[in-house]
Design a binder for this molecule. Sequence first.
Ligand SMILES: N[C@@H](CCC(=O)N[C@@H](CS)C(=O)NCC(=O)O)C(=O)O
Length: 215
Amino acid sequence: MVMKLYMMDASPPVRAVLLTAEALGIKLEHVIVNIMALEHLDPKYIEINPQHSIPVLDDNGTIIWDSHAINAYLVTKYGKDDSLYPKDSYKRAVIDQRLHFDSCNLFGVLRIIAHLLVHKGFKIIPEYLVEEMNDSYEILDAFLKNRKWAAGDDLSLADFSLISTVTTTDVFVPVDTDKYKNIATWIKRAEELPYYHANQDGLNNFKAVISSNKQ
Ligand SMILES: N[C@@H](CCC(=O)N[C@@H](CS)C(=O)NCC(=O)O)C(=O)O
């Protein structure tokens, strides 16, 4: 049976899963959960995911949430090889570190910014959050120094999570591409992936949501 993904592609963590699924050649049935319409707070959805976040994967009754956990599961269970999330303990630790950095530093701050702008009526992003984001760009740029991808010279799950987040944070706190040249090169490299549309389509939808919210 085709696995279900509870999702809305404007969401960066959802797009990280869509990139992974594309890279692995996995088809997913998309079940739309419109968080703008608060569908994620429906008791039926909270029964599936008490954390009421998207994405959630339903693999024939096996329920997993958190995009990073879903992606690791997909590669481990369905990958033809482990290249996106190697079994080698050091390589995996580096990828895990980048994934936690995504969750905590980049997406963590993005979540607060989006909440203030979309739900709390803020028109301007507080300066300390802009600084936090720029600090994270500085760190990511250092990760990418002399490396093709976020965790080394090989594409990994870290890239899928980070690219979907950074292309979204860029909407609020533009990446200074003159200063963060490694990030700029890495984004261009990611855009060349044959399945990059899995990020771009949802990113376009995210931009549409944000601009309709401004009006
Ligand atoms: N760490 C989680 C974050 C998921 C998350 O926060 N998703 C947002 C949408 S981008 C969401 O569901 N927000 C609604 C909520 O958490 O109640 C993941 O990677 O899946």
